[in-house]
Design a protein. Structure first.
Length: 367
């Protein structure tokens, strides 16, 4: 929405904020294990408050317009993130005996390509979801088909060393976690599958060597290794009803969305220019800023220790605030609400437009 800024209004202000100058950081990353065995609980630089030394006063006859002037954000967050999309449970079942064996892969946080992510999952399945004691053995390859944009799963039999047979095996990628959230922990988007729908691939039984051809299946959807984040959302305590968030269905604290248009390791530059959006707010003063960087599902980003810079513009316009008079059943009168039997008798108690209407009515009655 555009506004005409009158020349005699309060001068515009720009707040340049660097996250390293935060008064207080407001969130920690949940504890996680590292390769060396240590457990950390790291401070997130993407969520903080900043106390202004000089409070910004907003005149009584004016309202503030809040907008993002610019932002510089390092693309140091990952596409596979701790407790976001890093947990994959895989179950292998020998269907003739109904014996199952399953294991859970916790994917190390990082920026994966379609090739490296597929390799991680393939190695895990072939080495950690096997149960020789119950004759649950097979081989699987996971390759990324560039033409289709999907993973191709090829599953083949392994001979039972005792019976010399090839038992029937069904492999299940468990995406229907039953937790209640369609996006709870599993990397289903990154692997090309819909939420809460398990993926199964099966090989039949055989008693003759080399008679069972490998079974091939493609992922249901196109692979999106960046499926957990397509944009950076800047949220602040200064706005609360200027933008609609489709996840919650309500107006939210989103100040702006910064598109991701560089590769991992680069810098996101936000310079809205003509596409700027200003949120009008009813504040008497501003003395504290709270800034959060999230993905589109309102999950905090981990910049992995790096900092970002943001510039917030504050403009001023003249404008009356809404007057709401709760008086039971209401009828509208020029933007003000009154019960028809409770309209103020003293004409001086009426807003200006209502006064003019009352005067006109009196003149008509006199005639």
């Amino acid at each position: 929405m555009s506004y005409v800024l009158p020349p005699n209004s309060e001068p515009s202000k720009i707040l340049y904020i660097d996250s390293r100058d935060a008064t207080t950081y407001l969130a920690n990353l949940p504890s996680r294990d590292h390769d060396d065995g240590t457990i950390t609980n790291e401070t997130l630089t993407s969520y903080f408050s900043y106390q202004l030394t000089e409070k910004i006063e907003i005149p009584l006859n004016q309202r503030a317009l809040i907008s993002l002037n610019s932002a510089t954000i390092p693309y140091s967050f990952y596409n596979i993130r701790h407790l976001i999309n890093d947990t994959l449970t895989i179950r292998a079942t020998r269907t003739d005996t109904n014996v199952s064996f399953q294991n859970t892969l916790i994917i190390e946080s990082g920026n994966y390509t379609a090739y490296t992510l597929g390799s991680v999952v393939e190695n895990f399945v072939n080495n950690s979801v096997q149960d020789p004691a119950n004759d649950i053995q097979y081989r699987i390859s996971i390759s990324f088909d560039l033409d289709k944009g999907k993973y191709e799963y090829i599953m083949s039999s392994v001979e039972d060393p005792t019976t010399k047979n090839y038992p029937p095996i069904t492999l299940t990628f468990v995406f229907d976690t039953g937790i209640g959230s369609s996006e709870e922990l599993t990397p289903h988007i990154e692997l090309g599958f819909p939420a809460q729908t398990d993926f199964n691939i099966s090989i039949p039984a055989s008693t003759v060597p080399n008679t069972v051809a490998p079974v091939r299946k493609y992922s249901t959807n196109v692979v999106d290794v960046n499926g957990s984040i397509h944009g950076v959302y800047v949220r602040t305590n200064l706005v609360s009803n200027g933008t609609l968030d489709s996840q919650s269905g309500t107006f939210s604290s989103i100040l702006s969305r910064v598109p991701i248009n560089v590769n991992a390791g680069g810098i996101l530059f936000a310079t809205p220019n003509n596409a700027i959006h200003r949120s009008i707010v009813d504040l008497r003063y501003i003395d504290t800023l709270t800034i959060r960087l999230t993905d589109e599902r309102n999950r905090l980003l981990d910049l992995n220790g790096l900092h970002f810079q943001i510039a917030i513009a504050i403009d001023f316009v003249y404008g009356e605030r809404k007057h709401v008079v709760p008086m039971g059943s209401l009828s509208q009168h020029n933007g003000y609400s009154y019960h028809r039997n409770e309209i103020p008798k003293n004409i001086q108690d009426l807003p200006l437009l209502d006064r003019k209407s009352k005067i006109k009515n009196n003149e008509n009655e006199t005639k």
